[in-house]
Structure formats: structure tokens, C-alpha cells
Design a protein around this ligand. Structure first.
Ligand SMILES: NC(=O)c1ccc[n+]([C@@H]2O[C@H](COP(=O)([O-])OP(=O)(O)OC[C@H]3O[C@@H](n4cnc5c(N)ncnc54)[C@H](OP(=O)(O)O)[C@@H]3O)[C@@H](O)[C@H]2O)c1
Length: 344
């Protein structure tokens, strides 16, 4: 074997909570790029709740995840071999990779990472990524908050939620309520990100806490979670409320034990709207979102926090950690060091 590559292959499909047992730590030869492919040294690997969903036998979208295949994931890295003038060796690139130290990327799927002064590569993983498109378009186009609205955000200290909270503050609303799973997260949401109230759903009765935080009812709910929190919000919506259905993390890892929603009729009773959406629909408009986020970041109005985990061998535990709420901000594996000029 020449230079060995290390990668995670799928060993089995989780039936409930995902764990290290569902993956195989493989040692293989360095991949050789075919015509039209790049060889990339992976610097950062994105760990996302949807990766748990991809492992379900009934997943309806996403890359193939058969047992034995390398685990897919979005990567940022450095081109090491290329015959494409658009991606010379040494260029920074992002795209749909795998949980590996080195991987090949089809040129057609590779995205150049813009060289913006003052924006390290790590910032791209939190601010100029699919989660940012989800937050930006989900809040501003699906939910459309108005200045008089009470806005509630769940999984608010995660990658998407922490951006939604900041975007809601920038956009303007009368009351901003964040829901998260620890006191430390709630403090960050109130003191750093601008939430008026933060509810720790693990220690508080969610219904009572929403009643106290939203005395005038709820106009906008940005839902990352589904389940009981969605039900509690539905019971408190105002006429013409808008619910942006961004994700249902409480369902992904529970082995199908989640109860159904009981308060769905509130949509009719309150002439309200709940709308699902996918960030992939907004990729053609990514520039619009990224320009705005970059401007607000430069103005100090948007910040990011990465939950940076060093070492590819930690990837399965990092994925499991999302469902235990161990991350604050975007979960990213540092697979290898970033080039010094792109380091945070
Ligand atoms: N529609 C789209 O195109 C799109 C794109 C990207 C992501 N998403 C979805 O957006 C949601 C958030 O993604 P993300 O990338 O922000 O995730 P993330 O950064 O990994 O954060 C997720 C957070 O959810 C909380 N959580 C985990 N299990 C929970 C449960 N059972 N009940 C309540 N909260 C729970 C955890 O924090 P605490 O429990 O400590 O609060 C965790 O840190 C996910 O549902 C994801 O699938 C959708």
C-alpha cells in the first residue's frame, strides 16, 4: 500500500440512536482521481443531523448510503491533484465528499472557496454553507417576520438556529424567543446573539415556558425539531402565523417512537401556514444570502461559533453528539490543518 488513506465506511444501519458501532474505520490506498476528478486533502468535514437521516433505510433524499459504502459528508479541503485549470493544486475547494482524510471530487460538483479577506476557512463552514442558506431563506422568505411579530426558534444554539436568531434580530421583531437544551446555551443566546428569552426545554415545561415568554401568542416559529415542541407552539399560534418547517431532529434518531402531532388543526383554526423547504432549492441564490451575511459579519452583527472536533476518528461520536446536544454552533471535524494563511 502507498500512502494510506483513513476513512469511515458504513458498517450497519442504526435502528435507534446512531453510534460508533454503525461505522467501520478503514485503512485503504490513497484514491487516484479519474479524468474529471480532483484529489482533495480534507481539512474540514461537516457533521450534520441529516447524515443520521441518510442512514435510515427509508431516507427519501440524499446520497446513497448502503452498508459498506464510505459515509458521505460535505468537505472543505485543498486540491492536491487536478487536471482542471479551474482548480489548480493548492486551491481551496468545497463539495460533497466522504468521511475520509483524502477523497476525490468530481470537478462538476466542486465549488471554489472564495478568498475573502478576514474570513478564515472555518468561517465558511458556519456562515457560507447550506445551513446558512437554510436559515436565511427559511426565515426571510418562508416565515417572513414582521416588526410586530413574536418569533420563536427551536434548536436555537445549533448551526441553523444560531443564525436564525441573529437574522431575526437584524430583520426586526417585537419579541425573540430561543429554545435550546442547556443553561450555557441559553445564556449564549441571550447575552451574545440577542434573544429576549431563552427556554431550556430539557429542564422547563415547554408549554408553561412559552406562555410566560410569549404573552401575546406566537406569530413566527422557525422549527428545527418537530415533535412535542412543535405541538406546544401550535397550541399558542396567532392568526396568520407562519411556521417554517426546516427540520425535525427529534424524529431522526428515536427509532420511530415519536408521537404524532396533536395540534395540527390550529393551522385551520388560525388560518396559519406551515411550510417545508429545502436549502437545495436556494443554491442558485446563494450569492444573495452570502453577500448579506458577509456584510453583517463585517459590521459585527453576525458571529459564528464552531464546535470544532479534532481528528477524523471522532466523526461517529460527533454525529451522535448532535442528538445529545453536545454541540454549540456548527459541528465540524478538523481532519487536517488548514493552510496557515486560511487558519482561524
Ligand atoms: N431544510 C433544509 O434544507 C435543512 C438544511 C440543513 C439543516 N436542516 C435541519 O435543521 C435542523 C438543525 O440543523 P443544524 O445543522 O442546525 O443542527 P445542529 O447544529 O447539529 O444542532 C442541532 C441541535 O438540535 C438539538 N436537538 C437534538 N436532538 C433534539 C431533540 N430531540 N429535541 C430538541 N432538540 C434537539 C441539539 O441541541 P440542544 O438539544 O442542546 O438544544 C443539537 O445541538 C435539523 O433538523 C436539520 O435536519 C434542514
Amino acid at each position: 500500500m502507498n500512502t494510506p488513506n483513513r476513512l469511515w465506511r458504513i458498517a450497519s444501519r442504526p435502528t435507534d440512536a446512531v453510534s460508533r458501532q454503525n461505522f467501520l474505520w478503514a485503512e485503504e490506498s490513497l484514491p487516484e482521481p479519474c479524468e474529471g476528478e480532483l484529489l482533495v486533502r480534507v481539512v474540514y468535514l461537516s457533521i450534520d443531523p441529516v447524515q443520521r437521516y441518510w442512514l435510515s433505510p427509508d431516507a427519501t433524499f440524499g446520497p446513497p448510503t448502503d452498508v459498506g459504502m464510505p459515509m458521505p459528508g460535505r468537505i472543505w479541503g485543498v486540491v492536491e491533484k487536478s487536471s482542471s485549470p479551474a482548480f489548480p493544486p493548492g486551491a481551496l475547494v468545497a463539495g460533497p465528499g466522504i468521511w475520509a482524510r483524502w477523497c476525490t471530487l468530481p470537478v462538476a460538483a466542486a465549488e471554489p472557496v472564495p478568498d475573502w479577506p478576514g474570513i478564515p476557512l472555518l468561517a465558511h463552514t458556519s456562515l457560507f454553507c447550506m445551513q446558512a442558506l437554510t436559515a436565511y431563506f427559511g426565515l426571510l422568505e418562508i416565515a417572513r417576520p414582521r416588526p410586530t411579530d413574536t418569533v420563536v426558534v427551536s434548536a436555537a444554539a445549533g448551526a441553523v438556529g444560531s443564525l436564525v436568531v441573529q437574522l431575526a434580530r437584524i430583520n426586526g421583531c417585537a419579541r425573540l424567543v430561543a429554545i435550546a437544551g442547556s443553561e450555557e446555551k441559553c445564556r449564549w443566546l441571550r447575552e451574545q446573539l440577542g434573544a429576549d428569552t431563552a427556554i431550556n426545554y430539557r429542564t422547563m415545561d415547554i408549554g408553561q415556558a412559552l406562555d410566560a415568554a410569549c404573552p401575546d401568542g406566537i406569530d413566527v416559529y422557525y422549527d428545527n425539531v418537530g415533535g412535542g415542541i412543535l405541538d406546544a407552539v401550535l397550541a399558542r399560534i396567532n392568526a396568520h402565523a407562519r411556521i417554517a418547517c426546516g427540520g425535525f431532529i427529534s424524529h431522526y434518531d428515536d427509532g420511530g417512537h415519536q408521537q404524532g402531532i396533536r395540534n395540527f388543526q390550529m393551522l385551520a383554526l388560525k388560518q396559519a401556514r406551515a411550510e417545508g423547504f429545502s436549502c437545495f432549492d436556494y443554491v442558485p441564490r446563494a450569492g444573495e444570502a452570502f453577500d448579506a451575511i458577509r456584510r453583517w459579519h463585517e459590521q459585527g452583527r453576525i458571529s459564528y461559533r464552531a464546535h470544532l472536533v479534532k481528528g477524523l476518528e471522532q466523526a461517529p461520536d460527533a454525529l451522535a453528539g448532535i442528538f445529545a446536544g453536545r454541540n454549540t454552533g456548527k459541528t465540524v471535524i478538523e481532519v487536517s490543518p488548514p493552510p496557515p494563511e486560511n487558519a482561524a
